[in-house]
Structures are given as structure tokens and as C-alpha cells.
Design a protein around this ligand. Structure first.
Ligand code: HEC
Ligand code: HEC
Ligand code: HEC
Ligand code: HEC
Ligand code: HEC
Ligand code: HEC
Ligand code: HEC
Ligand code: HEC
Ligand code: HEC
Ligand code: HEC
Length: 324
């Protein structure tokens, strides 16, 4: 039977210092690849005899390794934790290490290795985590763009430590930037959602574990995602502006823009993508609109929005031109 690790950490470290070769009993049997379930007889399944103590005899000097004991996973009192009573400790994540120990660690035989340099297939790495976290990660994960493109849990999550940068708003984008540098750079444009300030994060809009929406948005549509914070634009309005109820992205760039209010284009060009420049007087015309002449009142400052200020829709009985 396994013992609770806590009082034995020190022993493990001491063991590691005194004699790295003095490894406790080594597992006899070879392990099946997915035998991560707790069992009364770990050695029979290829796990090391003394769990973390075995591992720490060699790895106990590495502070990057022992940092796991300061992480949310080190909860001796939590039966669902790898280090809870009856838990498989290190091997709950790294898989049965019996063969690895037997080989004196010379090569990480059979052990599940995480991270960029890992030779362990991503599906196997992720299966270790999913054995405990299927519920938290959700049922959409297997069809998410991340799972489909062999992104591993450990590509985002850092577990040997107190902080997991991807779960903190202020540091999350630096993790995403490893693979989405182009998107993260858009937040350096003059107008952007306050992600660089750390008051918002990518996961305010995206669920990195997957969703039923486009681009793994937290809601099922772009508009539901946006109006979950910008409720004023949700409507319904007496006088709708059709593109607003269709898709906010007809006019706004979600990540960043050089135009104020995150617009994709400056009015009047923005508006003239859909509204004819000819019909309504929306272009400089007549003598006063020509270069050097008086500016056309239709195009002053915010241009169209100076008059059509209820651009997202109007609830005024006479608001059909979105002016009140
Ligand atoms: C006899 C000493 C020894 C024991 C006991 C031991 N290891 Fe290792 N382990 C090593 C050596 C040596 C390496 C390869 C060198 C390295 O990368 O640190 C290694 C590598 C690893 C790696 C891969 C590290 C990487 O970045 O490639 C993991 C993960 C690992 N061990 C986990 C464990 C676990 C879990 C246990 C307990 C079941 C364990 N080890 C027990 C000596 C040992
Ligand atoms: C909750 C899952 C989990 C547990 C429990 C766990 N590890 Fe890890 N381990 C990981 C992940 C994920 C990584 C990749 C680096 C990271 O996320 O910090 C890793 C990395 C490592 C490495 C490579 C470190 C490096 O510098 O590249 C070693 C060695 C290791 N773990 C050994 C252990 C030992 C020994 C224990 C038990 C004391 C243990 N791990 C417990 C998930 C776990
Ligand atoms: C033996 C079960 C088990 C395994 C295996 C496991 N975890 Fe956990 N994990 C837990 C428990 C228990 C917690 C503590 C929080 C809780 O009670 O839900 C936790 C916490 C976390 C948290 C922090 C969540 C929070 O709310 O603080 C993350 C992130 C996480 N695990 C990711 C992983 C990843 C990635 C892997 C695979 C490398 C992994 N876990 C493997 C059981 C496990
Ligand atoms: C693309 C990066 C990314 C990948 C890949 C990823 N996660 Fe996460 N995970 C996150 C972020 C970001 C959060 C914080 C979510 C939030 O703040 O709403 C999180 C939160 C969590 C939590 C905390 C509980 C929760 O739902 O908030 C757990 C547990 C977790 N992830 C486990 C996993 C496991 C297991 C995998 C692999 C199957 C995985 N994650 C893959 C980015 C990722
Ligand atoms: C290890 C690399 C990696 C990391 C880290 C990563 N991603 Fe991804 N992400 C990918 C790959 C690969 C794809 C699929 C190909 C593509 O669309 O670029 C993807 C796709 C996406 C998509 C588009 C999904 C779709 O359906 O079009 C979003 C949104 C996304 N990631 C958000 C995030 C967020 C947010 C983070 C940080 C919390 C993150 N990613 C971290 C690799 C990564
Ligand atoms: C204000 C909400 C919001 C925030 C914050 C946000 N996104 Fe997005 N993201 C979106 C929307 C909306 C789309 C486009 C969906 C579509 O075109 O249907 C998108 C698309 C994407 C895509 C896929 C298309 C592309 O442009 O490559 C990736 C990858 C992505 N976001 C990553 C990120 C990352 C990484 C962060 C954090 C640095 C982030 N997003 C922050 C709303 C947001
Ligand atoms: C999680 C909440 C949240 C979500 C979701 C969200 N936003 Fe925002 N949005 C904000 C915050 C916070 C600001 C900054 C407000 C400020 O600086 O006063 C902002 C600012 C803006 C601005 C600029 C306001 C200005 O005065 O310049 C626009 C435009 C905008 N968001 C559009 C969108 C669109 C379009 C979406 C959907 C793709 C969206 N937002 C999703 C929270 C959110
Ligand atoms: C037809 C183009 C268009 C569409 C579609 C559109 N907007 Fe806007 N939005 C604008 C314009 C133009 C401004 C600038 C208004 C100004 O300068 O007074 C603006 C400003 C904003 C602002 C900041 C100013 C404020 O009033 O708080 C937010 C937030 C915003 N839009 C959110 C949204 C959301 C959410 C959607 C989708 C439901 C959306 N917009 C759809 C054109 C549009
Ligand atoms: C993506 C296309 C699109 C963009 C961009 C767009 N609109 Fe519209 N707009 C429409 C559609 C479609 C209608 C509905 C037309 C109809 O009912 O005949 C409409 C209706 C209107 C109306 C009400 C007209 C009426 O007769 O009811 C006004 C005013 C208006 N738009 C102004 C603007 C302004 C100002 C901008 C720029 C800030 C703009 N629109 C950007 C597509 C767009
Ligand atoms: C000086 C104020 C003003 C400015 C600036 C302005 N409009 Fe108008 N707009 C109006 C008035 C007044 C109407 C007519 C309302 C009515 O007939 O009920 C109107 C009507 C419209 C209509 C309804 C269809 C039509 O032709 O009657 C559209 C579409 C429209 N404007 C688009 C625009 C666009 C695009 C711009 C910018 C290029 C713009 N407006 C700039 C005042 C303005």
C-alpha cells in the first residue's frame, strides 16, 4: 500500500542526495499503456513500488520537479488528487514508471514525457490528464481545433509550479503567443480590447478547450459572445440596423484596429462598402466639397455617424434613419 507522500518528501530528497542508486524496490511487470486507474497492487501493473518516493530518489534534487508539491495537484487530503490517499502520485500523470526505474532512468522507457521535446504521442499525454479532467475540459474538446491539431494540455498548462501562466489573465496571452503570434500582435494596435492591460484575456471570448461556436468562441455565435458584455447592442430594436443583428464583425475587428472603436474601416468608407455613395449625398460633391473648398457637412469628423448616431439600432418611433 502507498503512504501519503508529505512526510516522505524529505526522505526522498535525502535518499536522492545520499545515494541516487539506492532505489526502492523496482516494479517487476511491464505496464499496459493506459493502466492509469488506481489499484491495490501498483507493482503488478508496472508502477514503481513506493510511488513518489521512488521517483524522488533520483529526481528529488531538481527543484523544477519538486515544484509539483506547491501546485494545486499536491492536495494530500483530496482523494481525487494524484497525491491523495491511494493516488498514483507522480505516475498518475507520468504513467507506470516501473520500467523506467528498472532501466535506472537511462532513457525514459515507457514513461509519459510532457512538453515540446516529448516523444510520447500527444493523444497518450492528454489521456493521462483526461482520466481526471474530462468533466472540466468538456465534451467538445475532442473536436476542438486544438485537439484536432495535436495540441497537448501541457502545451498550455504548466503544472510543476505554483502558478499556471495560462490561467492568469495577465500572462495568458504570452502562452497563446507561442503559436498565435500574429493574433497577439493585433493587440498592439492603437485600439484593442484591454488584453495587454490584463483586465481581459483571450479566454474572455474563446474557450481554448473548444466550443459549439465559430473559432471556439465562448458563445454559439459572434454576436452572442459580444453582447454578453456589450448588452446595449443586443437589441431587439424598433429600428434594427441589419448588419448589427447579423454580425458585429461586419464593422468591428475583434482583436485590434488602427481605427477608433475597433472599426475595420474609417467611416464613410466603412458605410460605403454597403451603402451606395451616389444615392444619399455621402461623398464630397459640389464646389464646397472639392479639395481646398469647405468640408462637406456630411463628411465632418465622424462622418456618417455624426448624424446616424444610433448606428446599432434605434428605439425612437421616428428613428428609422438611425439618427435618434
Ligand atoms: C534511478 C534513477 C531514476 C528514477 C528512480 C526515476 N528516474 Fe526519471 N529519469 C532519470 C534519468 C537519469 C532521466 C533522464 C535524464 C533527464 O532527462 O533528467 C529521467 C527522465 C525522466 C523523465 C523525462 C524528463 C525529460 O525532460 O525528458 C520523466 C518525466 C521522469 N524521468 C519521471 C520519473 C518518474 C515519474 C519516476 C518515478 C516513477 C522516475 N522518473 C524515477 C532517473 C530516474
Ligand atoms: C498532475 C500531473 C503531474 C504530476 C502529478 C507530476 N508531473 Fe511531472 N510533469 C507534468 C507535466 C505536465 C510536465 C511538463 C512541464 C510542466 O508542465 O511543468 C512534467 C514534467 C516533469 C519532468 C521534466 C521536467 C523538465 O525539467 O523538463 C520530470 C522529470 C517530472 N515531471 C517528474 C515528476 C515527478 C518525479 C513527479 C512526482 C513527484 C511528477 N513529475 C508529478 C505533469 C505531472
Ligand atoms: C489523479 C487525477 C488527476 C490527474 C491525472 C491530473 N489532475 Fe489536474 N487536478 C486534479 C485535482 C484533484 C485538482 C485540484 C482541483 C480540483 O479539485 O478540481 C487538479 C487541478 C488542476 C488544474 C487547476 C484547476 C484549478 O481549478 O485550480 C489544472 C489546470 C489541471 N489540474 C490540469 C491537469 C493536466 C494538464 C493534467 C495532465 C498533465 C492533469 N491535470 C492531471 C486531478 C488530476
Ligand atoms: C490552448 C490552451 C489550452 C489547452 C490546450 C488546454 N487548456 Fe486547460 N485551460 C486553458 C485556459 C486558458 C484555462 C482557464 C480558463 C478560464 O480562465 O476561463 C484552462 C483551464 C483549465 C482547467 C481549470 C478548470 C476550468 O475549467 O477552468 C483545467 C482542469 C484544465 N484547463 C485542464 C486541461 C486539460 C486536461 C487539457 C487537455 C485535455 C487542457 N486543459 C488543455 C488553456 C488550455
Ligand atoms: C502549441 C500551440 C498552440 C497554443 C499554445 C495555442 N494554440 Fe490555439 N491553435 C493552435 C493550432 C495548431 C490551431 C489550429 C490551426 C489554426 O487555426 O491556426 C489553433 C486554433 C486556435 C483558434 C481558432 C479555432 C478555429 O476554429 O478557427 C483559436 C481561437 C485559438 N487557437 C485560441 C487559442 C488561445 C486563446 C490560446 C491560449 C490560451 C491558444 N490558442 C494557444 C495551436 C496553439
Ligand atoms: C473580444 C473578444 C475576443 C478576444 C479578447 C480575443 N478574440 Fe480571438 N477572435 C474573436 C472573434 C470574434 C474571432 C473571429 C471569429 C470569426 O471570424 O468567426 C476571433 C478569431 C480568433 C482566431 C482565429 C482566426 C484568426 O484571426 O486567426 C484565433 C487564432 C484567435 N482569435 C486567437 C485569439 C487569442 C490568442 C487571443 C488573446 C491574445 C484572442 N483571440 C482574443 C474574439 C476575440
Ligand atoms: C468579456 C467582455 C467583453 C466581450 C465578450 C467583448 N467585449 Fe468589447 N470591450 C470590453 C471592454 C472591457 C472594453 C473596453 C471598454 C473601455 O475601454 O472603456 C471593450 C471595448 C470594445 C469596443 C471599443 C469601445 C470604445 O469606446 O472604443 C468595441 C467596438 C467593442 N468592445 C466591440 C466588441 C465586439 C465586436 C465584441 C465581440 C467580438 C466584443 N466587444 C466582445 C469587453 C468585452
Ligand atoms: C454597421 C457597422 C457596425 C456594426 C455591424 C456594429 N457596430 Fe459597433 N460601432 C459602429 C460604429 C460606426 C461605432 C462608432 C460610433 C461612434 O463613433 O460614435 C461603433 C461603436 C461601438 C462600440 C463603442 C461605442 C459605444 O457606443 O459604446 C461598441 C462597444 C460597439 N460598437 C459594439 C458593437 C457590437 C457588440 C456589435 C454587434 C452586436 C456592433 N458594435 C456592430 C459600427 C458598427
Ligand atoms: C455590411 C453592410 C453594411 C454596412 C457596413 C453599413 N450598413 Fe447601413 N444598412 C445595411 C443594410 C442591409 C440596411 C438595411 C437596408 C434596407 O432596409 O433597405 C442598412 C440600413 C441603414 C440605414 C437605415 C436606412 C433605412 O432606410 O432604413 C442607415 C441610416 C444606415 N444603414 C447607415 C449606415 C451607416 C452610417 C453606416 C456606417 C457607419 C452603415 N450603415 C454601414 C448594411 C450596411
Ligand atoms: C448631416 C447629417 C447626415 C450625414 C453626415 C449623413 N446622413 Fe445619411 N441621412 C441623413 C438624413 C437627414 C437622411 C434622411 C432621413 C429621412 O429621409 O428620413 C439620411 C438617410 C440615410 C439613409 C437612408 C436611405 C436614404 O438614402 O434615404 C442611409 C442609408 C444613409 N443616410 C447613409 C448615410 C451614410 C453612409 C453617410 C456617410 C457617408 C451618411 N448617411 C451621412 C443625414 C445624414
Amino acid at each position: 500500500m502507498r503512504t501519503v507522500w508529505a512526510p516522505r518528501v524529505v526522505l526522498g530528497i535525502v535518499l536522492g542526495m545520499v545515494c541516487a542508486a539506492r532505489v526502492p524496490v523496482i516494479a517487476a511487470a511491464q505496464a499496459g499503456p493506459s493502466s492509469a486507474a488506481p489499484t491495490d497492487s501498483p507493482t503488478a501493473l508496472g508502477y514503481s513500488a513506493k510511488g513518489a518516493d521512488t521517483c524522488l530518489a533520483c529526481h528529488g534534487m531538481d527543484s523544477k520537479v519538486t515544484a509539483i508539491f506547491r501546485s494545486p495537484h499536491a492536495q494530500p487530503g483530496n482523494p481525487r488528487s494524484p497525491f491523495g490517499h491511494g493516488g498514483l502520485q507522480c505516475e498518475a500523470c507520468h504513467g507506470p514508471g516501473g520500467a523506467h526505474v528498472k532501466a535506472m532512468g537511462m532513457k525514459p522507457a515507457g514513461i509519459v514525457v510532457f512538453g515540446d521535446h516529448s516523444v510520447t504521442p500527444v493523444s497518450r499525454q492528454n489521456a493521462m490528464c483526461l482520466s481526471c479532467h474530462r468533466g472540466a475540459v468538456g465534451h467538445v474538446w475532442p473536436v476542438s481545433a486544438h485537439a484536432q491539431n495535436d495540441v497537448s494540455c501541457a502545451d498550455c498548462h504548466h503544472l510543476h509550479g505554483t502558478n499556471d501562466p495560462v490561467r492568469a489573465q495577465a500572462t495568458q496571452a504570452t502562452v497563446c503567443a507561442k503559436c498565435h503570434a500574429g493574433v497577439v500582435a493585433q493587440f498592439r494596435k492603437p485600439y484593442h480590447h484591454p488584453v495587454p492591460d490584463g483586465t481581459m484575456s483571450c479566454s474572455s471570448c474563446h474557450d481554448p478547450h473548444g466550443s459549439f461556436g465559430p473559432a471556439m468562441l465562448v458563445k454559439e455565435t459572434v454576436n452572442e459572445t459580444c453582447t454578453s458584455c456589450h448588452a446595449r447592442m443586443r437589441g431587439p430594436f424598433l429600428w434594427e440596423h441589419q448588419p448589427v443583428s447579423d454580425n458585429c464583425l461586419d464593422c468591428h475587428a475583434p482583436h485590434g484596429s488602427v481605427v477608433p472603436a475597433l472599426l475595420t474601416e474609417q467611416p464613410p468608407i466603412l458605410c460605403q462598402q454597403c451603402h451606395e455613395a451616389a444615392g444619399h449625398p455621402s461623398v464630397p460633391y459640389g464646389p464646397q466639397g472639392l479639395p481646398g473648398g469647405m468640408p462637406n457637412p456630411y463628411l465632418l469628423l465622424g462622418g456618417c455617424v455624426n448624424c446616424h448616431s444610433r448606428i446599432h439600432g434605434s428605439n425612437s418611433p421616428s428613428g428609422q434613419a438611425l439618427m435618434r
